[in-house]
Write a protein that binds this ligand. Sequence first.
Ligand code: ZN
Length: 122
Amino acid sequence: MRSPRRCSRNGCPRQAVATLTYVYNESTAVVGPLAAFAEPHTYDLCEPHARSLTAPRGWDVVRHEGEFEPPPPTTDDLVALAEAVREAARPAPRPPEPDQNRPESPHQTGRRGHLRVIPPNH
Ligand SMILES: [Zn+2]
């Protein structure tokens, strides 16, 4: 869903993880999660640039602290479960394996990507 996007700062080669939006009528610069679509007055930023952003004079910065971190385990479990359900519901190619092997979820770890339909008369 998210395609790799580069930081919009000149000469910055890092991948964008956040989107800066200028809300002109409120004189506020909002740094939030990477937007799905590029819109006017928005700029993709890498994490260092998103965290070090300073607003123009007279502007406020609203920064969503922590939004660029990996999601907490509970959310990640839900996402993994949703992905496993989606993978089981369609003949998808092998998805990338998750980086982390959490011992508290043995029923999912190591089995994603190995789901396949077994004929009844195998
Ligand atoms: Zn950057």
